[in-house]
Write a protein that binds this ligand. Structure first.
Ligand SMILES: [Zn+2]
Length: 145
């Protein structure tokens, strides 16, 4: 087994990592253009794999922004948290941002299988593609990575 693959982020999923991911905390920036290359961003609806503290996986089929040039996927934090607090009403909306982590994506076919058969956590992890990289952009006279 090669060591170079597990330096920064420990891999959870069994599938090859994909996408660079940005969880957008800026409610008023919806990123119709890419913060990195300024091209128009597309939309991509795909199942996001979310880890809810302490030990609850959640797969949400969600429309995200996607830039094919940068392989950059953007989800809006407030949209996600609205959904998460609806599904888990026990989570305190004030602290919910510390109680989940978007880990990666799942293929649609796998997501349907998981959803219909209520497969156990282990099967979900088998189908999980971690993100290749998690990035953050900051607004400093334009967007800076
Ligand atoms: Zn781009």
């Amino acid at each position: 087994m090669s060591k170079k693959d597990n330096k920064a982020i420990p891999r959870l999923g069994k599938q090859p990592p994909r996408y660079r991911f940005f969880l957008n905390p800026y409610q008023y920036s919806r990123f119709s253009t890419c913060p990195q290359c300024s091209n128009k961003m597309g939309q991509r609806k795909l199942p996001l794999f979310i880890h809810i503290h302490p030990n609850q996986p959640l797969v949400l089929n969600k429309t995200c922004r996607y830039c094919p040039h940068c392989d950059l996927l953007i989800a809006h934090k407030n949209d996600l948290e609205d959904l998460i607090t609806k599904i888990f009403p026990d989570l305190d909306p004030e602290t919910v941002s510390h109680q989940y982590l978007v880990v990666g994506t799942v293929d649609r076919a796998d997501w349907k299988r998981i959803d219909q058969n209520q497969l156990p956590v282990q099967a979900t992890i088998e189908a999980l593609h971690d993100f290749r990289e998690v990035v953050t952009f900051t607004p400093v006279g334009g967007w800076v990575i």
